[in-house]
Design a protein around this ligand. Sequence first.
Ligand code: KG4
Ligand code: ZN
Length: 346
Amino acid sequence: MPRILALETSCDETAAAVVADGNTILANIIASQAAKHAKYGGVFPEVASRAHIEVIYAVVQQALSDAHLSLADIDAVGVTRGPGLPGSLVVGLNTAKGLALGRGLPLIGVNHLEGHVYSLWLVENAAEVVFPVLALIVSGGHTELVLMTGHSQYQRLGGTLDDAAGEAFDKVARLLGLPYPGGPSIERAAVGGNPTAFKFPRAWLEGTWDFSFSGLKTAALYEVKQQKPGRPMTAEATADTTPPDPALVPHLAASFQAAIIEVLVGKTLAAAQKFAVTEIFVAGGVSANQALKAEFERRAPLPVRVPPLGLCTDNAAMIAAAANFRYLAGQRDALDIDALPNWKLV
Ligand code: KG4
Ligand code: ZN
Protein backbone atom coordinates (compact mmCIF):
# COMPACT_ATOMS: atom_id res chain seq x y z
CA MET A 1 0.00 0.00 0.00
CA PRO A 2 2.17 2.87 -1.22
CA ARG A 3 1.71 6.18 0.49
CA ILE A 4 2.54 9.06 -1.79
CA LEU A 5 3.20 12.61 -0.66
CA ALA A 6 2.60 14.93 -3.62
CA LEU A 7 3.17 18.61 -4.27
CA GLU A 8 1.48 20.83 -6.86
CA THR A 9 2.58 24.41 -7.56
CA SER A 10 2.09 24.83 -11.31
CA CYS A 11 -0.09 27.93 -11.12
CA ASP A 12 -1.65 29.80 -8.22
CA GLU A 13 -2.49 27.04 -5.73
CA THR A 14 0.15 25.77 -3.32
CA ALA A 15 -0.97 22.22 -2.67
CA ALA A 16 0.25 19.10 -0.89
CA ALA A 17 -1.54 15.80 -0.37
CA VAL A 18 -1.00 12.33 0.98
CA VAL A 19 -2.75 9.52 -0.88
CA ALA A 20 -2.61 5.83 0.02
CA ASP A 21 -3.03 3.10 -2.58
CA GLY A 22 -3.67 5.61 -5.33
CA ASN A 23 -7.19 6.40 -4.22
CA THR A 24 -7.48 6.97 -0.48
CA ILE A 25 -6.95 10.63 0.31
CA LEU A 26 -5.36 10.95 3.76
CA ALA A 27 -4.72 14.69 3.41
CA ASN A 28 -5.39 17.29 0.75
CA ILE A 29 -4.22 20.83 1.51
CA ILE A 30 -4.72 23.70 -0.92
CA ALA A 31 -3.51 27.21 -0.13
CA SER A 32 -5.13 29.39 -2.76
CA GLN A 33 -3.51 32.62 -3.87
CA ALA A 34 -6.60 33.77 -5.77
CA ALA A 35 -7.06 36.78 -3.50
CA LYS A 36 -3.51 37.97 -4.29
CA HIS A 37 -4.14 37.83 -8.04
CA ALA A 38 -7.70 39.18 -8.10
CA LYS A 39 -6.61 42.78 -8.60
CA TYR A 40 -4.63 41.80 -11.72
CA GLY A 41 -7.63 39.93 -13.19
CA GLY A 42 -5.42 36.85 -13.68
CA VAL A 43 -2.35 35.11 -12.29
CA PHE A 44 0.69 37.37 -11.90
CA PRO A 45 3.71 35.00 -12.21
CA GLU A 46 6.17 36.74 -9.84
CA VAL A 47 3.50 37.09 -7.18
CA ALA A 48 2.69 33.40 -7.61
CA SER A 49 6.23 32.04 -7.15
CA ARG A 50 6.85 34.28 -4.13
CA ALA A 51 3.59 33.17 -2.52
CA HIS A 52 4.46 29.49 -3.13
CA ILE A 53 7.81 29.94 -1.36
CA GLU A 54 6.09 31.58 1.61
CA VAL A 55 3.70 28.73 2.32
CA ILE A 56 5.03 25.51 0.76
CA TYR A 57 6.68 24.11 3.91
CA ALA A 58 3.67 24.88 6.07
CA VAL A 59 1.41 23.26 3.46
CA VAL A 60 3.55 20.09 3.40
CA GLN A 61 3.66 19.98 7.21
CA GLN A 62 -0.10 20.39 7.37
CA ALA A 63 -0.62 17.57 4.88
CA LEU A 64 1.55 15.19 6.92
CA SER A 65 -0.13 16.26 10.12
CA ASP A 66 -3.65 15.80 8.67
CA ALA A 67 -2.60 12.33 7.49
CA HIS A 68 -1.20 11.57 10.99
CA LEU A 69 2.04 10.53 9.32
CA SER A 70 5.66 11.58 9.28
CA LEU A 71 8.05 11.49 6.33
CA ALA A 72 9.26 8.12 7.60
CA ASP A 73 5.86 6.66 6.63
CA ILE A 74 5.96 7.96 3.06
CA ASP A 75 7.01 5.71 0.15
CA ALA A 76 7.56 8.29 -2.59
CA VAL A 77 7.32 11.99 -3.36
CA GLY A 78 5.28 12.97 -6.41
CA VAL A 79 5.47 16.46 -7.87
CA THR A 80 4.12 18.43 -10.81
CA ARG A 81 7.00 18.92 -13.25
CA GLY A 82 4.98 20.81 -15.87
CA PRO A 83 3.28 22.32 -17.71
CA GLY A 84 2.87 25.54 -15.76
CA LEU A 85 4.53 28.78 -14.75
CA PRO A 86 8.32 28.23 -14.63
CA GLY A 87 8.94 30.09 -11.37
CA SER A 88 6.03 28.37 -9.67
CA LEU A 89 6.93 24.87 -10.85
CA VAL A 90 10.49 25.26 -9.56
CA VAL A 91 9.30 25.94 -6.02
CA GLY A 92 7.36 22.67 -5.84
CA LEU A 93 10.02 20.69 -7.66
CA ASN A 94 12.88 21.90 -5.47
CA THR A 95 10.89 21.26 -2.32
CA ALA A 96 10.06 17.74 -3.51
CA LYS A 97 13.73 17.11 -4.37
CA GLY A 98 14.77 18.27 -0.90
CA LEU A 99 12.27 15.94 0.77
CA ALA A 100 13.31 13.02 -1.44
CA LEU A 101 17.03 13.64 -0.90
CA GLY A 102 16.70 14.13 2.85
CA ARG A 103 14.77 10.90 3.31
CA GLY A 104 16.15 8.78 0.48
CA LEU A 105 12.69 8.60 -1.10
CA PRO A 106 11.96 8.06 -4.80
CA LEU A 107 11.04 11.24 -6.70
CA ILE A 108 8.30 10.99 -9.32
CA GLY A 109 7.69 13.89 -11.71
CA VAL A 110 4.12 14.11 -12.96
CA ASN A 111 2.55 15.93 -15.89
CA HIS A 112 -0.10 18.30 -14.54
CA LEU A 113 -2.61 17.23 -17.21
CA GLU A 114 -2.08 13.59 -16.34
CA GLY A 115 -2.79 14.63 -12.77
CA HIS A 116 -6.14 16.09 -13.83
CA VAL A 117 -7.01 12.83 -15.62
CA TYR A 118 -6.03 10.79 -12.54
CA SER A 119 -8.33 12.88 -10.34
CA LEU A 120 -10.92 10.45 -11.73
CA TRP A 121 -9.15 7.57 -9.97
CA LEU A 122 -9.72 9.21 -6.62
CA VAL A 123 -13.35 8.16 -6.63
CA GLU A 124 -14.72 4.93 -5.30
CA ASN A 125 -15.36 2.62 -8.23
CA ALA A 126 -12.48 3.83 -10.42
CA ALA A 127 -10.89 0.38 -10.39
CA GLU A 128 -13.71 -0.72 -12.71
CA VAL A 129 -12.56 1.56 -15.53
CA VAL A 130 -12.20 -0.31 -18.82
CA PHE A 131 -10.05 1.29 -21.53
CA PRO A 132 -10.29 2.97 -24.01
CA VAL A 133 -11.54 6.07 -22.28
CA LEU A 134 -11.93 9.53 -23.79
CA ALA A 135 -10.62 12.37 -21.63
CA LEU A 136 -11.69 15.97 -22.08
CA ILE A 137 -9.23 18.09 -20.11
CA VAL A 138 -10.53 21.62 -19.70
CA SER A 139 -8.55 24.01 -17.53
CA GLY A 140 -7.28 27.56 -17.42
CA GLY A 141 -4.30 26.69 -19.62
CA HIS A 142 -5.51 23.73 -21.67
CA THR A 143 -8.35 22.23 -23.64
CA GLU A 144 -7.37 18.76 -24.83
CA LEU A 145 -9.31 15.82 -26.17
CA VAL A 146 -7.29 12.70 -25.49
CA LEU A 147 -7.91 9.01 -26.10
CA MET A 148 -6.57 6.97 -23.23
CA THR A 149 -5.85 3.38 -24.19
CA GLY A 150 -4.24 2.30 -20.91
CA HIS A 151 -2.63 3.74 -17.82
CA SER A 152 -0.29 6.56 -18.90
CA GLN A 153 -1.07 5.82 -22.57
CA TYR A 154 -2.47 8.73 -24.47
CA GLN A 155 -3.34 9.58 -28.04
CA ARG A 156 -4.09 13.25 -28.65
CA LEU A 157 -7.13 13.77 -30.84
CA GLY A 158 -7.21 17.56 -30.72
CA GLY A 159 -7.19 20.65 -28.60
CA THR A 160 -7.75 24.34 -28.64
CA LEU A 161 -6.18 26.38 -31.40
CA ASP A 162 -6.31 29.57 -29.34
CA ASP A 163 -7.78 30.21 -25.89
CA ALA A 164 -8.28 27.40 -23.41
CA ALA A 165 -11.88 26.94 -22.22
CA GLY A 166 -11.07 28.21 -18.72
CA GLU A 167 -9.17 31.15 -20.18
CA ALA A 168 -12.25 32.08 -22.23
CA PHE A 169 -14.36 31.98 -19.04
CA ASP A 170 -11.78 34.16 -17.27
CA LYS A 171 -11.53 36.72 -20.09
CA VAL A 172 -15.27 37.04 -20.64
CA ALA A 173 -15.85 37.32 -16.88
CA ARG A 174 -13.47 40.26 -16.86
CA LEU A 175 -15.39 41.88 -19.71
CA LEU A 176 -18.58 41.45 -17.74
CA GLY A 177 -17.01 43.05 -14.68
CA LEU A 178 -17.09 39.75 -12.75
CA PRO A 179 -14.29 38.73 -10.35
CA TYR A 180 -11.40 36.32 -11.01
CA PRO A 181 -11.45 33.34 -11.34
CA GLY A 182 -14.01 33.84 -14.06
CA GLY A 183 -15.41 30.31 -14.37
CA PRO A 184 -17.25 30.22 -11.04
CA SER A 185 -18.24 33.90 -11.48
CA ILE A 186 -19.84 33.25 -14.86
CA GLU A 187 -21.53 30.11 -13.62
CA ARG A 188 -23.10 32.05 -10.73
CA ALA A 189 -24.03 35.03 -12.91
CA ALA A 190 -25.64 32.75 -15.50
CA VAL A 191 -28.20 31.43 -13.03
CA GLY A 192 -31.50 32.99 -14.07
CA GLY A 193 -30.02 34.29 -17.32
CA ASN A 194 -31.49 33.35 -20.69
CA PRO A 195 -28.96 31.16 -22.59
CA THR A 196 -30.55 32.07 -25.94
CA ALA A 197 -30.67 35.84 -25.36
CA PHE A 198 -27.47 36.39 -27.37
CA LYS A 199 -26.58 34.41 -30.49
CA PHE A 200 -22.93 33.64 -29.84
CA PRO A 201 -20.93 31.67 -32.44
CA ARG A 202 -20.01 28.01 -32.08
CA ALA A 203 -16.75 27.04 -33.82
CA TRP A 204 -17.28 23.42 -34.85
CA LEU A 205 -14.05 23.10 -36.90
CA GLU A 206 -15.59 20.19 -38.81
CA GLY A 207 -13.31 17.31 -39.68
CA THR A 208 -11.02 17.94 -36.72
CA TRP A 209 -11.17 17.33 -32.98
CA ASP A 210 -9.89 20.84 -32.35
CA PHE A 211 -11.58 23.71 -30.56
CA SER A 212 -11.47 27.48 -30.91
CA PHE A 213 -12.89 29.93 -28.41
CA SER A 214 -11.38 33.22 -29.50
CA GLY A 215 -14.28 34.00 -31.87
CA LEU A 216 -16.73 33.48 -29.04
CA LYS A 217 -14.71 35.75 -26.79
CA THR A 218 -14.58 38.43 -29.51
CA ALA A 219 -18.32 38.13 -30.11
CA ALA A 220 -18.88 38.70 -26.38
CA LEU A 221 -16.58 41.72 -26.54
CA TYR A 222 -18.54 43.24 -29.44
CA GLU A 223 -21.81 42.61 -27.64
CA VAL A 224 -20.56 44.20 -24.40
CA LYS A 225 -19.23 47.22 -26.27
CA GLN A 226 -22.32 47.25 -28.48
CA GLN A 227 -20.19 47.31 -31.61
CA LYS A 228 -21.20 45.80 -34.92
CA PRO A 229 -19.63 42.37 -35.55
CA GLY A 230 -17.25 42.18 -38.51
CA ARG A 231 -16.04 45.75 -38.21
CA PRO A 232 -12.87 46.77 -36.41
CA MET A 233 -13.50 47.86 -32.84
CA THR A 234 -13.21 51.61 -32.39
CA ALA A 235 -10.31 52.85 -30.27
CA GLU A 236 -12.73 54.39 -27.77
CA ALA A 237 -14.59 51.12 -27.34
CA THR A 238 -11.37 49.14 -26.85
CA ALA A 239 -10.08 51.53 -24.21
CA ASP A 240 -13.39 51.62 -22.36
CA THR A 241 -13.45 49.11 -19.48
CA THR A 242 -16.95 49.94 -18.29
CA PRO A 243 -18.87 46.71 -17.63
CA PRO A 244 -22.21 46.22 -19.37
CA ASP A 245 -25.63 47.10 -17.93
CA PRO A 246 -25.99 44.80 -14.87
CA ALA A 247 -29.42 43.74 -16.13
CA LEU A 248 -27.76 42.17 -19.19
CA VAL A 249 -24.96 40.36 -17.32
CA PRO A 250 -26.94 37.18 -16.46
CA HIS A 251 -28.06 36.84 -20.09
CA LEU A 252 -24.58 37.47 -21.48
CA ALA A 253 -23.09 35.00 -18.99
CA ALA A 254 -25.73 32.34 -19.72
CA SER A 255 -25.44 32.76 -23.51
CA PHE A 256 -21.64 32.56 -23.39
CA GLN A 257 -21.69 29.53 -21.10
CA ALA A 258 -24.26 27.74 -23.29
CA ALA A 259 -22.14 28.32 -26.40
CA ILE A 260 -18.95 26.97 -24.89
CA ILE A 261 -20.72 23.98 -23.33
CA GLU A 262 -22.51 23.07 -26.56
CA VAL A 263 -19.23 22.77 -28.44
CA LEU A 264 -17.35 20.96 -25.65
CA VAL A 265 -20.13 18.42 -25.19
CA GLY A 266 -20.95 18.05 -28.91
CA LYS A 267 -17.40 17.36 -30.04
CA THR A 268 -16.60 15.10 -27.10
CA LEU A 269 -19.70 12.97 -27.71
CA ALA A 270 -18.89 12.70 -31.43
CA ALA A 271 -15.33 11.56 -30.61
CA ALA A 272 -16.64 9.10 -28.02
CA GLN A 273 -18.81 7.49 -30.66
CA LYS A 274 -16.14 7.49 -33.35
CA PHE A 275 -13.51 5.88 -31.10
CA ALA A 276 -15.96 3.53 -29.37
CA VAL A 277 -14.82 4.38 -25.85
CA THR A 278 -16.36 2.83 -22.76
CA GLU A 279 -16.68 6.11 -20.90
CA ILE A 280 -15.83 9.79 -20.90
CA PHE A 281 -13.66 11.51 -18.29
CA VAL A 282 -14.06 15.26 -17.91
CA ALA A 283 -11.30 16.85 -15.82
CA GLY A 284 -9.62 20.19 -15.11
CA GLY A 285 -10.97 23.35 -13.50
CA VAL A 286 -13.82 23.85 -15.99
CA SER A 287 -15.19 20.40 -15.07
CA ALA A 288 -16.37 22.08 -11.86
CA ASN A 289 -19.05 23.76 -13.98
CA GLN A 290 -22.37 22.16 -13.05
CA ALA A 291 -24.08 23.24 -16.29
CA LEU A 292 -21.36 21.41 -18.26
CA LYS A 293 -21.84 18.31 -16.12
CA ALA A 294 -25.63 18.48 -16.50
CA GLU A 295 -25.39 18.83 -20.29
CA PHE A 296 -23.10 15.78 -20.53
CA GLU A 297 -25.50 13.82 -18.36
CA ARG A 298 -28.48 14.94 -20.43
CA ARG A 299 -26.97 14.06 -23.80
CA ALA A 300 -24.44 11.28 -23.28
CA PRO A 301 -25.44 7.73 -24.19
CA LEU A 302 -22.45 6.41 -22.20
CA PRO A 303 -21.10 6.99 -18.67
CA VAL A 304 -19.46 10.36 -18.04
CA ARG A 305 -17.25 10.76 -14.98
CA VAL A 306 -16.58 14.18 -13.51
CA PRO A 307 -14.40 14.54 -10.39
CA PRO A 308 -16.05 15.58 -7.12
CA LEU A 309 -16.13 19.39 -6.94
CA GLY A 310 -13.07 19.86 -4.73
CA LEU A 311 -10.89 17.78 -7.05
CA CYS A 312 -11.74 19.55 -10.35
CA THR A 313 -9.49 22.54 -9.85
CA ASP A 314 -5.78 22.25 -9.07
CA ASN A 315 -4.90 20.02 -6.14
CA ALA A 316 -2.08 17.69 -5.13
CA ALA A 317 -4.24 14.61 -4.49
CA MET A 318 -4.59 14.17 -8.25
CA ILE A 319 -0.79 14.43 -8.63
CA ALA A 320 -0.41 11.74 -5.95
CA ALA A 321 -2.92 9.52 -7.77
CA ALA A 322 -0.94 9.81 -11.01
CA ALA A 323 2.38 9.39 -9.20
CA ASN A 324 1.05 6.20 -7.61
CA PHE A 325 0.55 4.54 -10.98
CA ARG A 326 3.98 5.65 -12.11
CA TYR A 327 5.52 4.46 -8.84
CA LEU A 328 3.96 1.02 -9.31
CA ALA A 329 5.20 0.99 -12.92
CA GLY A 330 8.75 1.58 -11.64
CA GLN A 331 9.29 5.23 -12.53
CA ARG A 332 12.06 6.81 -10.46
CA ASP A 333 13.30 10.25 -11.47
CA ALA A 334 16.79 11.62 -10.91
CA LEU A 335 17.15 14.42 -8.39
CA ASP A 336 18.41 16.78 -11.09
CA ILE A 337 15.29 16.76 -13.29
CA ASP A 338 14.20 20.16 -14.55
CA ALA A 339 10.79 21.76 -14.55
CA LEU A 340 9.14 21.48 -17.97
CA PRO A 341 6.94 24.60 -18.33
CA ASN A 342 5.67 23.54 -21.79
CA TRP A 343 5.50 19.80 -21.23
CA LYS A 344 2.93 18.16 -23.49
CA LEU A 345 0.90 15.23 -22.22
CA VAL A 346 1.31 13.59 -25.61
O1 KG4 B 1 -7.33 23.19 -13.54
P1 KG4 B 1 -7.31 24.56 -13.02
O2 KG4 B 1 -7.59 24.76 -11.55
O3 KG4 B 1 -5.95 25.27 -13.30
C1 KG4 B 1 -5.26 25.08 -14.50
O4 KG4 B 1 -4.64 24.01 -14.64
O5 KG4 B 1 -5.40 25.97 -15.36
O6 KG4 B 1 -8.36 25.40 -13.88
C2 KG4 B 1 -8.62 26.73 -13.61
C3 KG4 B 1 -9.64 27.22 -14.61
C4 KG4 B 1 -9.88 28.72 -14.55
O7 KG4 B 1 -9.84 29.24 -15.85
C5 KG4 B 1 -11.27 28.82 -13.96
O8 KG4 B 1 -11.98 29.97 -14.39
C6 KG4 B 1 -11.91 27.55 -14.46
O9 KG4 B 1 -10.91 26.58 -14.37
N1 KG4 B 1 -13.06 27.16 -13.63
C7 KG4 B 1 -14.32 27.09 -14.09
C8 KG4 B 1 -15.13 26.78 -12.97
N2 KG4 B 1 -14.32 26.66 -11.87
C9 KG4 B 1 -13.06 26.89 -12.30
N3 KG4 B 1 -14.83 27.29 -15.31
C10 KG4 B 1 -16.16 27.18 -15.45
N4 KG4 B 1 -17.01 26.91 -14.44
C11 KG4 B 1 -16.55 26.71 -13.18
N5 KG4 B 1 -17.38 26.44 -12.18
ZN1 ZN C 1 -4.92 22.45 -13.62
